[in-house]
Design a protein around this ligand. Structure first.
Ligand SMILES: [Zn+2]
Length: 312
């Protein structure tokens, strides 16, 4: 196990069980426990506050790691936290504010809709294609003439024909507005309640307050989770983090001191903003950088990579 000296933190997203559906990459509470056992036999899992103290004092040992959870997903509070409490491990939870203040992220909603309303992805594609053709008949007809299925996304051989055609329509033919329109029509057709879905997808202010009271560290993850925050102007980046900071500090009753970079993206300006806010630790999304270059750039290993290593 060569890579073990390079693991600093583990990043988790979706969990299933207790009413939360299985989605791509999700793990159950039992799998989470197995993973913690596997990790404990190789590393020392530190509680978040201890990890932060040792990071600041530069006294982390190569085998010290911490656990972190992004995106304020309710499945984390209901599936993972039960396990954490049982083992008395405090973790980092990174919260983006928009879903908690009534502006849910459409991508997460779409994923949930696909999962709960359709028996498989093929059935979803059929309905999506029908709906899109009904609305944008002419542009889709034209797209069919120019579409070359052998060359499109040929770098991803695991994509089916429908996977590719769906992505072509979504990314090349329909713009975001039209794509959202098709999805909304489809959700209406299925009488899918987006508001209700969002209460099942995300934590609310009470959940994050309870996490903090239980000793977990709740930190920033931007306001609206831009996919490429480093491409925004410095002012827009500051707005994202200030709004997130204000929301969390009012709920928690203290200032956040930790954060993770949404989609792993940041630039020098971002780090400057975070430093001025008094943020003491920030996490990357990947482990392509193997050492901690600054306290605002701690690499993390995706839990999917840990699962892969466990199976080896
Ligand atoms: Zn995120």
């Amino acid at each position: 196990m060569n890579s073990k000296n390079y693991t600093h933190a583990i990043m988790f997203h979706h969990f299933h069980g207790l009413g939360h559906p299985q989605v791509q990459g999700s793990i159950s509470g039992v799998e989470f426990e197995e993973m913690l056992d596997w990790l404990s036999s190789r590393f020392t899992i530190l509680s978040a506050p201890v990890y932060l103290e040792k990071l600041k004092k530069e006294s982390l040992r190569p085998t010290d790691i911490c656990l972190s959870f992004d995106d304020a997903l309710l499945c984390q509070a209901e599936v993972a936290v039960t396990v954490l409490n049982k083992r008395n491990i405090q973790a980092f939870f990174f919260v983006y504010s928009s879903p908690l203040v009534g502006k849910p992220d459409p991508l997460e909603i779409y994923r949930y809709f696909r999962t709960v309303e359709f028996s498989d992805i093929g059935q979803f594609y059929n309905e999506f294609f029908k709906e899109a053709e009904g609305l944008y008949d002419e542009s889709i007809f034209a797209a069919k003439q120019s579409y070359d299925s052998t060359s499109y996304l040929s770098a991803f051989p695991f994509y089916s024909e429908s996977d590719k055609w769906f992505r072509y329509l979504r990314d090349q033919v329909l713009d975001k507005e039209k794509y959202d329109f098709v999805m909304n029509r489809l959700m209406d057709r299925y009488r899918f309640n987006q508001k209700e879905a969002s209460t099942k997808l995300w934590m609310n202010d009470d959940h994050i307050r309870r996490l903090s009271e239980a000793g977990h560290i709740v930190g920033l993850h931007s306001y609206s989770h831009p996919t490429m925050i480093h491409k925004l102007s410095k002012e827009r980046q500051a707005e994202e983090y200030v709004a997130n900071f204000e929301h969390l500090s009012s709920v928690l009753g203290h200032n956040p001191i930790a954060m993770s970079h949404p989609c792993g993206n940041y630039g020098d300006e971002t780090l400057d903003i975070l430093k001025k806010m008094g943020i003491e630790v920030g996490f990357r999304r990947d482990s392509s950088v193997t050492s901690i270059t600054s306290n605002l750039e701690v690499p993390r290993e995706d839990h999917a990579n840990i699962l892969r290593q466990m199976k080896q």
